[in-house]
Design a protein around this ligand. Structure first.
Ligand code: HEC
Ligand code: HEC
Length: 317
């Protein structure tokens, strides 16, 4: 008898395939009544027989109040006008909400870096790496295939620079002009929208503090100030840092007089090389970098080029 039981046991372990449900001797809590979305409520708990329930009227789920118009919508309910007084008319904010500011009111560089990454993911296809509206989708949009109603906005244009920061934020939350640009609310959470908005400001060379951009220095006189102005105003700062950090292009810190290895051989960084770099960026591509530098558009005149060279030279000291 004992032997027979052993044989049966061994046969049971042969690994055969069976259509029958496994024998489940001790259930513990393996099978139990539980709520699953889209399943019928068999527990009788909910009168309408569904597990998925709308929140009771007048209630808000924890953490989903979203009643902060400034942070959630980019709206300033009580904006200050140019004369310093309240306008009494809610409008898009020119200031970043406190949630994304440092205690001193500044913007954390980490937020800008985060924004740059997210911009690269979601915005470059249409607005391009530099923000000039010449992304791949934009280039292909009008020759069959992909379809866009209007071209993506040049985010470096004066009009885009003049946009309140809240409007840039809102473009991602609700889209632009009734779907010409779709909403990215589901892909990009609130905090990241502000990070991207901060990076758009950085590309635009517009400060974070909501003040109108600085007036240009005399554009007919070569000066360090004019060089610095073009650096910010023409978006060089989107790719070139002044503090040694490598962004898209090489930092300008201390490069004056250095010898650089390029696709055109060794060159000394002087005014002639800087002029060529600006007018014909692909002529000599610095080793270790991609040939992605755009020639400035609109072009920078000779006074501007000399000023940029002077500005770069001054960074040496
Ligand atoms: C599918 C292409 C596409 C993508 C991706 C896209 N945009 Fe746009 N964007 C557009 C188009 C098209 C317009 C111009 C709409 C118009 O003029 O009606 C526009 C306009 C804008 C404007 C101008 C808003 C205004 O009120 O004038 C801003 C700011 C902007 N986009 C920011 C962004 C940011 C930031 C991202 C990334 C999160 C992004 N866009 C991603 C197509 C796109
Ligand atoms: C989209 C990013 C981008 C922008 C915007 C940009 N550059 Fe560049 N730049 C680069 C890259 C990448 C390189 C290195 C590759 C090369 O030489 O083309 C470079 C190289 C240079 C160099 C040579 C630097 C060296 O170390 O040898 C100069 C000078 C320069 N850029 C000037 C400018 C000026 C002036 C502007 C603004 C008008 C500007 N760039 C805007 C990406 C950019």
């Amino acid at each position: 008898m004992k032997r027979a039981a052993l044989v049966v046991l061994l046969i049971a372990c042969r690994g055969g395939v069976s259509e029958d449900p496994p024998v489940h001797l001790i259930h513990n809590m393996d099978t139990q009544e539980k709520a699953r979305p889209y399943r019928k409520d068999t527990s009788g708990l909910f009168p309408n027989g569904r597990f998925m329930q709308a929140p009771p009227e007048g209630t808000v789920a924890v953490g989903q109040l979203n009643d902060d118009e400034l942070y959630e919508d980019g709206w300033d309910l009580n904006p200050v006008g140019l004369d310093g007084g309240a306008t009494g008319r809610p409008d898009f904010t020119f200031k970043f909400p406190p949630q994304v500011q440092l205690p001193d009111g500044g913007i954390d560089e980490e937020l800008v870096t985060r924004g740059q990454l997210r911009y690269g993911v979601y915005c470059t296809p249409c607005h391009g790496v530099t923000g000039n509206g010449q992304g791949l989708v934009a280039q292909k949009a009008f020759d069959g295939g992909m379809r866009l109603e209007v071209p993506p906005r040049d985010l470096l244009s004066q009009a885009a620079k003049d946009l309140p920061i809240g409007k840039i934020y809102a473009s991602m939350k609700v889209g632009v002009n009734n779907g010409n640009m779709p909403s990215y609310a589901t892909q990009i959470p609130t905090h990241d929208r502000w990070a991207i908005a901060a990076y758009v400001r950085r590309m635009q060379g517009v400060g974070f503090d909501g003040k109108p951009p600085e007036p240009p220095p005399d554009v007919n006189v070569v000066s360090v100030a004019l060089g610095r102005f073009y650096y910010k105003n023409r978006g060089c700062n989107a790719c070139h840092s002044l503090d040694g950090t490598k962004v898209v292009g090489p930092s300008w810190k201390g490069i004056w007089g250095q010898t650089h290895k390029t696709s055109g051989g060794d060159v000394v960084v002087d005014e002639a090389y800087i002029r060529e770099s600006i007018l014909d960026p692909k002529a000599k591509v610095v080793d270790g970098f991609a040939p992605v530098m755009p020639p400035p558009n609109p072009p920078i005149d000779d006074t501007g080029i000399k000023s940029l060279a002077l500005f770069i030279k001054e960074l040496k000291e």
